[in-house]
Design a protein around this ligand. Sequence first.
Ligand code: IDP
Length: 154
Amino acid sequence: MPETERTFVMVKPDGVQRGLISEILERFENRGLKIVGAKFMQMDRELAEQHYAEHEGKPFYEGLVDFITSGPVFAMVLDGQDATRQVRRMMGDTDPAEAAPGTIRGDYGLDLGRNVIHGSDHEDEGANEREIDLFFDEDELVEWDKIDGSWLYE
Ligand code: IDP
């Protein structure tokens, strides 16, 4: 079995309101990513400000915090080979208007401020584990062996 890594993924309030949780989760499951944590939750402002701290002061920051706290989100931890980068590839560009068809944002979004999904940035070293820590307690994550491992990985 190869080295795998965990990554943090979240269906944003627009994706939840539009009933896209199961379609999005299905894509990740079909790809072979293993779910090791999941929760349906309401983010408060404090969590939102921590999560988006790098954007504080930018013109879209207040709107982003308002939006991400405007309704429930579906937060997940997924595990797999190169998981962080592969999830980002499946999500597509930040702006759905530029995201390729076939990607989640390219298939389900039209507007930058309503881009359906968040995934840890693979170019930001350690962002995946930082975000997992922010949203999940260690005892909310499950260690388990998925039976198709030897059919997914050489
Ligand atoms: P990412 O979500 O693809 O990692 P980031 O640049 O980290 O993209 O931006 C975080 C989120 O902030 C985006 O997903 C998007 O919802 C929002 N955002 C980024 N830039 C803008 C903007 O110019 N206007 C409105 N919202 C923005």
